[in-house]
Design a protein. Sequence first.
Lengths: 598, 319
Amino acid sequence: MTEDDLRGLIARVKDGNLSRRGFVKRLAAVGFTAPMATQLLAIAGAAPAAAQTLPAYRPTRRGGGGALKVLYWQASTLLNPHFASGTTNQDSSRVFYEPLAGWASDGTLVPILAAEIPSRENGGLSGDGRSVTWKMKRGVKWHDGQEFSADDVVFNWEYSRNPQVATVTSGSYRDVNVVKVDDYTVRVEFPQPTPFWADAFVGGTGQMIPRHLFKDFAGPNARDAPTNLRPVGTSAYKFVSFAPGDTLRAELNPNYHMDNRPYFDTLEVKGGGDAVSAARAVLQTGDYDYAWNMQVEDEILKRLEAANRGKINIVEGGGIEFVQLNATDPNREVDGERSHISTQHPAFRDPAVRQAMALLIDRNALEQFIYGRGGPATANFLNNPPRFRSENMRFEFSIQKANEVLDAAGWARGRDGIRAKDGVRLRFVYQTSVNAPRQRTQAVYKQAAQRAGIDLELKSVTASVFFSSDVANPDTYTKLYADMQMYTTTMPQADPERFMNQYVSWEVSSKANNWQGRNIVRWRSEEYDRIFRESQGELDPIKRAALFVRMNDLVVSSNHVIPLVRRPTVSASLNNLRHVLSAWDLTMWYLNDWYRET
Amino acid sequence: MTQYLIRRLLIAIPSLLGISVVLFTILALAPGDPFEELATNPAIPPDVRANLRASLGMDDPIHQRYLNWLFAMLRGEWGYSFVSRVNVDQLILQRLPTTIIVIGAAQLLALCVALPVGVYAATRPYSLFDKIANTLAFVGFSLPTFFTGLLLILLFSITLDWLPFVYRAQIDATGWRWWWEHIRQSIMPVLVLGLFQGAALVRFVRSAVLDVVRLDHVTTARAKGLPESTVTLKHVVRNAMIPVVTLVALQMPIVFGGAIVTEQIFRIPGIGSLLITAILANDTPVIMAVTFVFACLVILFNLIADVLYGWLDPRISYR
């Protein structure tokens, strides 16, 4: 099916000549999955986005649900979203503060304080991609009874971008301009055409704090604001008490702006402890309703689930565990810097070696024996949201094929069984952080490589050193002073622009940028750079998705990047709790719709 | 006596200063900063992080930061947490009641178990009771708290489902229910901590009492025809208490430290868990304040032990 056919079909749906179900069926016939087909409709503006992305909310009146108890093994320490470094603090702020819109699990926007999601059809998005106009709900009140208005939105922009306040959200606000159109409308203006317009005022960094309580503390005295620890927001739950590093308590907001919500009368978020006992408190004893981020071996989780009180929730996001084959030479020093961009890796510059390396890792075994439900095998680097997932990549595990590829390329086995060619031996240093599943993966890889005449020297570095930005330490992952390495990279937004910039040539990690560049594998491709630049200015969502799919295919088929398993977020909840989770927003992003089935 | 106290307090000042210099230097030289999490987030540009560091004065030279801290401390300002963005004294005060309740109860339990058992065992050495008490004491202090804690959780919370294993500082109930809930959730942590302390104390009390029992004045007291209970309580125990008091006093700060593990297991919001989270988050002002409080406690309890000696044994005088 060509792009034109697709556009024709979408136009027929819009005109009402073709039912949405008929559209999904037709696309399924040519190999598109149902979520992808509905995605296309949503993007093209032919479907009410929120209606299908959220589960139904059944309670018919506000309150009466008793207590909701949530357990975090990392405790939150503050309640101002603009100072919240780390997801725990963003989550606990989100209990009280709301953004204009949030991200649903399938990567579509859901209005929260906004009256509607801006689109080309409703005039919210300008044709040149330089501005977006948000219309806000009327009659929304802060917990203290004051009216929420456009002044509050503009204030959040001023507060966040002020260097004297020193917020962690300033990255989303400092390059945009925000104008108040009327009391319930604001316009966000961008310096250049911006296809990804939903950053400011959206999701975790978009939470609104009230102007009337913060306006006297919007400077160097920001830390003295009493509201920092006693939040007054617009959400479904009002503040009761907070002990930093321990417990957060809230109660039902009787004036909440969504009907019949919330369901629970009180809310308690307890922090601290460890992940395994948090899983026990939900799955085994049922003392708590929900436990966040279950970084626990799948075997243990399965055993706890056998008590039949609770279940494990797996939410697919963009996190991926992958291997990088260094494009540069880690053993030669140029200008006091190893892995310098002017060098080439003596073995990995041969595509045959890279192809063999990709054939030698048994991804299905990783999924089956190491990661379980927390790590489904994948052939793609960019896996989610589904509209960006490539259908073109395949993975294979075959030692025999790897041997054939290497034989054909002239890499002959030496007396010790290790292959070599022109004095270059296939002996690689393979580094990763200290973490049980990673060490097991290293062992699996080493064993298979040995049978193909490749010797892997395994190295593991403490996580606090490996992931640090310490310029003086040679073992950090951004320096990549090894032949190959493995770790997980995460995707913080539903848009892949800030995820796929990991392979553009101007982001190469080097001494010049204190190894803060995002392109750590140091792979460069003119074609990739060109497509990436094109995507930055491409306003048509369908064409843009195709560009990202092409980028994924380029980087994966180079075999410098070998995707292993996806890393979805895993949480535990009681069987009767109905929650709304999303991989692209905070755990608490739609807390107003959580309820208990009786 | 007053003079003695003043002299001791004055001597404490240079040692506290020395401790603070060592602590501050080690923390300043350690790698990592509280905004490390921001470094791996692609949505946050590196200069936002640099600005945050500068706004909290983390880029100043070490000696300047130390002097700033010291003068603030002299004015009674404990510093400002990088991570929670509140004053440190507020954080510590918030956690003090829970810590004192749990650790105080554990220490009381330890004394209530150790004193009678130790004294009774010593007055009947090598009897069956003595042997059993000794064996249990060995078992008790050989098992680390993280192990006994997990064991109790498995038994009482998961298998029997009698006691909760997540400690909640605030309980929405009044009257006897409030007391009941608090006692129920404190049983396991207090048992774990108290029995561990108590086991070591039993051995100590026993040997101290054994030393005194053989002395001449005890024989004299018995020869005078005093009842056995009077001999034990007035002539033996009081004399045997001097080494025990030293041990208990010097153990107090260690108990605060040892409670870190227990607090982590049972999620008790005490000072120990505050220290752990602060260390993991590289929150220097909080680490500084908490460790400094521990240092003060060591010095204070040393002084208390010295004062108690004089009360227990009037022959010891203060000069």
